[in-house]
Design a protein around this ligand. Structure first.
Ligand SMILES: [Ca+2]
Ligand SMILES: [Ca+2]
Length: 205
């Protein structure tokens, strides 16, 4: 048997061994626990905050500063940002959805995905596009044009033909299988795969 003094010496020299047997350290009964506080701490905190950070970060980035002025859109439907042009209301929803889901969401609210028939409308809507659209480097929102029915023939969700367009250079390119139109903050359009997820702009005529 060791004397108490020997135990104290052992405590100082090989704490892990002592932890396992000493009642004073009963809370650390797993030898691996004695060396794992830091890894454990990061293991429990990293996935959550790190995973959330992307979403929360994008929300935080989006929240302040962007979106068009709402002062002239008082009687428009409520959304995450609202603007008015030519008597129509344009309402941004930051929730990122597939194009068809976004289309249906607008319809459920008595609106339709935005149909842009003039540069002035395009300017109003592009200003609504959030500043972040992770993982995409160029923030974009869905608008109401698609060529789902006939490849290469884009039409508005209202059935109207596209009298005005603002396609980016080289677009629409149907890259992969892209049938749904997005608008970037810069105002240019690009067809994307409809199953990608973007914020979206609804319009009330
Ligand atoms: Ca297409
Ligand atoms: Ca494209």
């Amino acid at each position: 048997m060791r004397t108490p003094l020997a135990w104290i010496a052992a405590l100082a020299i090989i704490p892990i061994t002592v932890h396992c047997s000493s009642p004073d350290y009963i809370e650390i009964d797993d030898p691996t626990a004695a060396v794992s506080p830091t890894p454990r701490g990061s293991a429990t905190s990293s996935p959550g905050p790190a995973g959330d950070a992307g979403g929360a970060g994008s929300d935080a980035t989006n929240a302040p500063g962007d979106g068009a002025p709402t002062g002239d859109a008082g009687d428009c439907p409520t959304g995450d940002a609202v603007a008015r042009a030519a008597g129509h209301c344009y309402v941004l929803f930051r929730e990122e959805l597939e194009w068809a889901t976004a289309r249906d969401r607008c319809a459920a609210l008595g609106m339709h995905l935005a149909t842009l028939t003039a540069a002035s409308e395009n300017d109003v809507v592009r200003a609504l596009v959030p500043t972040s659209d992770l993982p995409f480097t160029t923030p974009r929102s869905w608008i109401g044009a698609s060529d789902v029915a006939v490849e290469g023939s884009f039409v508005w969700v209202t059935g109207e033909a596209l009298s005005f367009t603002a396609w980016a250079s080289g677009q629409p390119d149907n890259g992969g299988e892209e049938d749904c139109a997005t608008i970037a903050r810069g105002g240019s359009w690009d067809d994307h795969e409809c199953t990608r997820k973007h914020s979206f702009v609804c319009e009330r005529d």
